[in-house]
Design a protein around this ligand. Structure first.
Ligand SMILES: [Mg+2]
Length: 390
């Protein structure tokens, strides 16, 4: 076992909906659904007011509307969410360099090295929440725990605006109350198998001996064995030292519209590219991950002619992978989609190999990132004249 670590999982509350409500007083205190309306639309985020009616993210818009006919539907304003996200991540930087983004509104922070300067982990968590509220007028929920697995579960327990701490001596009690389905990656099939063995909460997994666990769960056995004992040694890996950068999203339903999936993939690609650029990295390999409703998961990769961190180049590759998948294997409804960039080079080494066209495009993207860093996304939004609200 390594020394005691202090891991934070910070997760913005109903992020897209909260940004919309902040920016438009007419939406405050009301049920709001972010997403594209229409028979095939999917809810990206539901405000807490809408959740009371059974609405939630990844739900078909048609069902959400039926649950809550008075809900106001707002189409997503991605630029505004990214602007708020940049502000939040800049706040993380004030507290630790060890930041692992999980999505646009969620990250692990290892604050073990910050304790001497900045106070206890709980104090740091409270300060981060305070800074986020002060800077963005949004709320975050934070879980504090000795590892990533527990921190992520903790952040979810007292949403919204929560601060949940799992002290090392509380881990056991906590595992005794946690349903087995809370383990990431335990799908309906694995859950049923656990239930068949009489196992309902994570701590009960300890009743199985190692052979039994191996027999039942194969390659996942070690992980379940560890988690049942509160062990998760995975480090928090910041983008600067990561070997891969990825974004993925699980839908609450099998999405059967290729366009809806493309919309999500474009967003993911943009996030991945921005994270590469922020750290001066370029990727040579792009991977698309697709999971079907039956939990079968496939990955399809492509290697680029030269490493890149251009949103446009990465997006062309992702689109092509998606198109090839449909052509060769036939479209199937998708439960999870993800974009991963790997095989990094330092950007500085590849200047020689880029064409003038690439250089121009890169200059535009660098300039855009710089303007965003300095003035916020709204500067660019205003310049583009995209001020319309739904
Ligand atoms: Mg969130």
């Amino acid at each position: 076992m390594s020394q005691n670590r202090f891991i934070l999982h910070v997760d913005m509350d109903a992020f897209f909906a909260a940004v919309e409500q902040r920016d438009n007083p007419d939406l405050q205190g009301k049920p709001v659904l972010i997403g594209h309306d229409g028979p095939r639309g999917v809810v990206a985020t539901a405000s807490y007011e809408a959740r009371k009616f059974g609405c939630h993210s990844a739900q078909p818009m048609s069902i959400a509307r039926r649950n809550c006919p008075q809900a106001i539907i707002v189409r997503p304003h991605g630029l505004r969410y990214r602007e708020a996200s940049d502000e939040v991540f800049a706040i993380f930087d004030e507290f630790t360099p060890v930041i692992e983004p999980l999505s646009i509104d969620e990250a692990f922070l290892d604050v073990t090295g910050s304790l001497r300067l900045l106070g206890s982990a709980i104090e740091i968590a409270a300060k981060i929440k305070h800074r986020i509220r002060e800077k963005t007028r949004l709320t975050a929920s934070v879980g504090v725990a000795p590892n990533k697995f527990l921190a992520k579960i903790a952040s979810d327990l007292e949403k919204p605006d929560g601060l949940t701490v799992i002290e090392p001596d509380q881990v056991d009690d906590f595992l005794a109350r946690l349903p087995i389905g809370k383990i990431p990656g335990v799908g309906p099939v694995a859950q049923k198998r656990f239930h068949g063995l009489g196992i309902r909460v994570i701590r009960d997994v300890r009743q199985l001996d190692r052979d039994e666990l191996d027999r039942e769960f194969g390659s996942s056995a070690q992980r379940y064995w560890d988690l049942a004992r509160g062990i998760d040694e995975r480090p928090v890996v910041s983008d600067g030292e990561a070997k891969s950068i990825s974004h993925e999203q699980t839908f609450g339903i099998d999405v059967d519209q290729a366009d809806e999936i493309r919309r999500v993939m474009l967003d993911q690609t943009e996030q991945v590219a921005r994270r590469l650029r922020r750290h001066g990295l370029s990727a040579r390999t792009v991977t698309l991950k697709i999971r079907y409703g039956d939990f079968e998961t496939i990955t399809r990769s492509t290697t680029l002619d030269s490493p890149t961190n251009s949103t446009d180049t990465l997006w062309q590759a992702v689109k092509q992978l998606f198109r090839t998948w449909i052509e060769r294997e036939g479209f199937r409804p998708v439960r999870l989609i993800g974009v991963t960039a790997t095989h990094f080079n330092d950007t500085t080494q590849m200047e020689l190999y880029t064409s003038p066209d690439d250089n121009q495009r890169k200059a535009v993207e660098v300039a855009t990132d710089q303007i965003v860093a300095k003035f916020g996304k709204s500067a660019i939004r205003r310049a583009g004249g995209m001020t319309g609200k739904s």
